[in-house]
Design a protein around this ligand. Structure first.
Ligand code: HMG
Length: 386
């Protein structure tokens, strides 16, 4: 067996804003959000969920005592970090009761962070085949009220266990990378929200897709028809739709239909959760394998994009019993059990301070078992379980 994903966990906060409500409040045609942007809903954090608590909750989906004993590497990719020095992964390690003799750190390159962690984990497992690696992407995507980016916000986390006993997908050798120092989306230290050049960011995304997809096919001797599906980083689903149309260009009708059908299936969860930055590509993968039908060794392509900007294309093959490794009912429950917010309720939550200096006993109305951010005690962040 090669190296791949053995387990996948997902978490999104328990509050949701319907974009039809947002459209009405902002005096925008709802079809602009539903069709033009390709989004129906977005998850909203009430301040009790941050990148750390969401990462803990996503990993607890699957973590067993046997897993705890085997973990040698824990990486957290995020652009919603809680400290300039200390890695958010240390809070996660502590809550998950992982052993002290593991390597752990945080990585950052916008939405590319989780994919960067996966690449590091892949190399780690090659040299430590008896170990596993947990790699998490966890983010609050926030652009600000009444901004063009507002309907593309979201919140959530994806946790991947990488090992040489994959049950979902096995990575194939090779990848195509492309990077340029550009200013399409960035968040300086003194800014609460990112600065975005919206149109430029979408053009850059498509340019980077063209470059990496072609380079990957060339370097691996593959054709577009060799892919059963392609998963994309989905800041909003129309973005991935446009890239997928580039992939479909000049393909026979049957290949176009297959790629389009699978794209729609991969976009289902993002339509309801919104952008989760680092975890977004992997949320589209989760949506694809939950909603699609695959056979052993079907090839899935992956396009990862992080503003700034870095992109990578790579691929993986589907494992035989992948369906039994999916925690579908747990994941669907998190989507179904969200409380629908009114726009004024969403705006009030949005304006709450992200870094509460006060310790809070219980700030979350999550179901029991979930972890939450409980404010600070002596300037140290506190995480508690309900
Ligand atoms: P906008 O300027 O308000 O929207 O913001 P628009 O006017 O361009 O309209 C969007 C689409 O809706 C257009 O379709 C319209 O025609 C259509 P398109 O031309 O694109 O095919 N439309 C309608 N459709 C149906 N019925 C209607 C209607 N009206 C209009 N009535 C923008 C759009 C994406 C710029 C904004 O939401 C934004 O700035 N978002 C944040 C930036 C972003 O997500 N960029 C994506 C690429 S960068 C990336 O992926 C990295 C990122 O995840 C960060 C990271 O790496 O960390 C963002």
């Amino acid at each position: 067996m090669g190296i791949g994903i053995e387990k996948i966990g997902f978490y999104t906060p328990n509050k949701v804003l319907y974009l039809e409500d947002l459209a009405q409040a902002r005096h925008v045609d709802p079809n602009k959000f539903r069709v033009g942007i390709g989004q129906d809903e977005m998850s909203v954090s009430d301040g009790s969920q941050d990148c750390v608590s969401m990462a803990i909750n996503a990993t607890l989906d699957y973590l067993s005592d046997a897993d705890r004993a085997k973990v040698g590497l824990l990486i957290l990719g995020t652009e919603s970090g809680v400290d300039q020095s200390k890695s958010a992964s240390l809070f996660v390690k502590s809550a998950l009761k992982l052993p002290n003799n593991l390597r752990t750190f945080e990585v950052k390159e916008a939405c590319f962070g989780l994919t960067a962690g996966v690449a590091i984990a892949h190399d780690y497992i090659q040299t430590h085949p008896e170990k596993t690696a947990i790699v998490i992407g966890s983010d609050l995507a926030r652009y600000g009220l009444k901004t063009p980016g507002e309907p593309t916000q979201g919140a959530g986390s994806i946790s991947l266990m990488i090992s040489n006993h994959p049950r979902l997908i096995q990575f194939e050798p090779g990848h195509a990378s492309y990077s340029e120092d550009i200013d399409d989306f960035w968040r300086p230290d003194d800014q609460l929200f990112p600065l975005v050049s919206g149109k430029y960011s979408t053009e850059s995304y498509l340019k980077f897709f063209k470059k990496t997809f072609q380079a990957y096919k060339d370097s691996c001797g593959l054709n577009t028809s060799d892919f059963k599906a392609i998963c994309y980083h989905l800041p909003f689903t129309k973005m991935g739709f446009k890239a997928n149309e580039i992939a479909c260009d000049h393909q026979p009708a049957a290949i176009q239909e297959r790629l389009r059908t699978n794209f729609t299936l991969s976009a289902k969860y993002t339509r309801r959760v919104g952008n989760i930055y680092t975890g977004s590509l992997w949320l589209s993968f989760l949506s694809l394998v939950k909603n699609g039908t695959f056979e052993l060794d079907d090839r899935i392509g992956f396009f990862s994009y992080g503003s700034g900007a870095v992109a990578e294309f790579f691929s993986a093959k589907v494992c035989p019993d992948y369906q039994n490794a999916l925690l579908t009912s747990k994941h669907l429950a998190k989507l179904m059990n969200r409380q629908r917010l009114t726009v004024p309720e969403y705006e009030r939550l949005f304006n709450l301070p992200l870094m509460s200096s006060k310790e809070m006993s219980l700030t979350s109305d999550e179901a029991s078992g979930f972890w939450y951010f409980a404010g600070c005690h002596q300037q140290i962040r506190q995480y508690r379980q309900i």
